[in-house]
Design a protein around this ligand. Structure first.
Ligand code: CMC
Length: 429
C-alpha cells in the first residue's frame, strides 16, 4: 500500500514525490520507478539499499538474527520438519497436511533417476574437473533432456520442473562425486528418505551397500534445510534475472549454480576448509587472525561475516549444535577440527571481529560437519547448490506467477569516454 510519500529535492528541479511502499515486515521501500522519467537513476552498486523485487517467500531481519520461511522461524523448521517438508512450505506457501506431505515426498522420490543418456554426458568432462563445473554444465543440459515441459507460462509445467530439479539434483551431485573418483554411478533407492538416498548414492558401491547412520543422515537433512532459501542473495537474484528474460528454468538454475560457486557466497564452505588446512595447527591461529585484520592482506577468515546478519546467523546457531552432535557421535579425531573449534573461540572474543560483528556463518559449521561425514571438500558447494535449488525454483516460480513481471535491466552510472571519433588503423599509424 502506498499512502506515505517521500519528497526528493534536487537543486534546480521541481520536488519529486515518490510513493513509500510498506511490506508486511522489515524496512519500507521508496518506489523510485518514476525517477527515470525525471532524468535520474539511483546508484547502488552491490544492492546495499535496493529491493530488486517483491516477494512473499523468505524474510530476514539481519539485526535481530531472524530468518523466516513463509513466516516460520528457521530454528522451528530445522528442529521439527525435514527438508522435504520445508521444500513444500517454500514452494506452496503453506504447511502440508500429512496426505499432502506423503504425496509430495512420493513424487520427489519417484523422479530421482536421471535420463540414462546423462551418464554419457558426464563422460565428456575430465575426471579432475571441479564438481561445480560439472554441475553448471549438466544442470544446464537438463533443458535438452526434459524439453516436454518448458512452457514457463504454464503452472503445471513450472511445477513439473520444480519436481524434476528437486528430485534429480542429489542424483547429479552424487554422480559428480562418483565420476571424479572413478567409481560407477549408483542408482537412487526409493526405500530411503531424501538425505539417506543422497548418502547412499555418494558412498555405496556395486560391491558394498553403505550403512547410513541416523546421526549422519539427520545432520545431512539439517544442512539441506538450513541452506534451502535465503531471499534475494547473489545466486537467487541471478536466477531471477536470468529467468526474467523468459529463459528456460534449467539454464536459469545453472546460472544460479555459477553465481553460488564464488567464495564470498556458497563457495565459502570449501574456502573455509582450505583455510583451515592452510592454518594447519592451533599455534598458527593468531598469525592468521592478524592477517585477516590487515587491510593490505587480501586474506579473510572464510566462514565469518555476512552481508545481512549483523547480530548472529540463526542458521549457524542450529548448525553449530548439529556440528557438535556429529563430532561427538562419530568420535572424529581430526586435528583440523581442533583448529576450527579454537578459531571459533578466538574470533568470537577478538575485538576486531566482535566490533565488526563478524560471527561464524552457516558455512563455517556446515564445512566442519561435511568434513566429519567424509564428504570431499570439492563437493561442499555442490551440496549447498542442491539444497538451495528449492529456493531458486520457488523464487523463479513466484516471479513467473506475477503477471506484472518484466525483464530485469539495471541502469548504470557511465564514467567512460564521451563520444570520440574512430580512425581506421591505417590512419592511426
Ligand atoms: N574476515 C576479515 N574481515 C572481514 C571479513 C572476514 N571474513 N568479512 C568482513 N570483514 C571486514 C571487512 O574487511 C570490512 O572491514 P572495514 O569496514 O574495515 O573495511 C568489514 O568487515 C565489512 O565487510 P564487507 O566486505 O564490506 O562486508 P560485505 O557485506 O560486503 O561482505 C561477506 C559480506 C560475507 C562477503 C564477507 O563478510 C566475507 O567475505 N566473508 C567471508 C566469506 C564467507 O564466509 N561467505 C559466506 C557467507 S554465508 C553463505 C551465504 O549466504 O552465501
Amino acid at each position: 500500500m502506498a499512502d506515505k510519500k517521500a519528497t526528493l529535492h534536487i537543486e534546480g528541479k521541481a520536488p519529486i514525490e515518490l510513493p513509500i511502499i510498506e511490506g508486511s515486515e522489515g524496512q519500507d521501500v521508496i518506489d523510485v520507478r518514476k525517477l527515470g522519467a525525471n532524468g535520474f537513476f539511483t546508484f547502488d552498486p552491490g544492492f546495499l539499499a535496493t529491493a530488486s523485487c517483491e516477494s512473499q517467500i523468505t524474510y530476514i531481519d539481519g539485526d535481530k538474527g531472524i530468518l523466516l520461511h513463509r513466516g516460520f522461524p528457521i530454528d522451528q523448521l530445522a528442529n521439527n520438519a525435514d527438508y522435504l517438508e520445508v521444500c513444500y512450505v517454500l514452494l506452496y506457501g503453506e504447511v502440508p497436511t500429512r496426505a499432502e506431505y506423503e504425496k509430495f515426498r512420493t513424487t520427489v522420490t519417484r523422479h530421482t533417476m536421471v535420463h540414462e543418456q546423462i551418464a554419457s554426458f558426464f563422460h565428456g568432462f575430465r575426471r579432475d574437473a571441479h564438481p561445480m563445473a560439472i554441475m553448471c554444465g549438466v544442470v544446464g543440459a537438463l533443458s535438452a533432456f526434459y524439453h516436454d515441459s518448458l512452457d514457463i507460462n504454464n503452472d503445471l509445467h513450472r511445477e513439473i520442473t520444480a519436481f524434476r530439479l528437486l528430485s534429480k539434483m542429489p542424483t547429479l551431485a552424487a554422480m559428480c562425486h562418483k565420476y571424479t573418483t572413478g567409481q560407477p554411478f549408483i542408482y537412487p533407492r526409493n526405500d530411503l528418505d531424501y538425505a539417506e538416498n543422497f548418502l547412499h548414492m555418494m558412498f555405496a558401491t556395486p560391491c558394498e551397500e553403505y550403512e547410513v547412520s541416523p546421526v549422519v543422515s539427520r545432520a545431512m537433512d539439517k544442512i539441506f534445510t538450513l541452506h534451502a532459501d535465503h531471499e534475494q542473495n547473489a545466486s537467487t537474484s541471478t536466477v531471477r534475472l536470468a529467468g526474467s528474460s523468459g529463459a528456460n528454468p534449467f539454464a536459469c538454475i545453472a546460472a544460479g549454480i555459477a553465481s553460488l560457486w564464488g567464495p564470498a557466497h556458497g563457495g565459502a564452505n570449501e574456502a573455509c576448509l582450505k583455510m583451515l588446512e592452510e592454518i594447519g595447527s592451533v599455534e598458527n591461529i593468531p598469525e592468521f587472525i592478524e592477517r585477516a585484520k590487515d587491510k593490505d592482506d587480501p586474506f579473510r577468515l572464510m566462514g565469518f561475516g555476512h552481508r545481512v546478519y549483523k547480530n548472529y546467523d540463526p542458521r549457524a546457531t542450529v548448525m553449530r549444535e548439529a556440528c557438535h552432535e556429529v563430532l561427538e557421535e562419530l568420535k572424529i579425531d581430526d586435528p583440523l577440527l581442533d583448529v576450527a573449534m579454537e578459531l571459533e573461540r578466538i574470533a568470537l572474543s577478538d575485538e576486531y571481529f566482535v566490533s565488526k560483528k563478524l560471527y561464524p556463518n552457516v558455512d563455517f559449521y556446515s564445512g566442519i560437519i561435511l568434513k566429519a561425514i567424509g564428504i570431499p571438500v570439492s563437493m561442499f558447494t555442490v551440496i549447498f547448490a542442491m539444497s538451495r535449488v528449492i529456493g531458486w525454483i520457488a523464487h523463479w516460480n513466484e516471479m513467473h506467477s506475477d503477471p506484472t513481471n518484466r525483464i530485469g535491466r539495471p541502469r548504470q552510472l557511465y564514467t567512460g569516454y564521451s563520444q570520440r571519433e574512430f580512425k581506421p588503423l591505417h590512419e592511426r599509424e
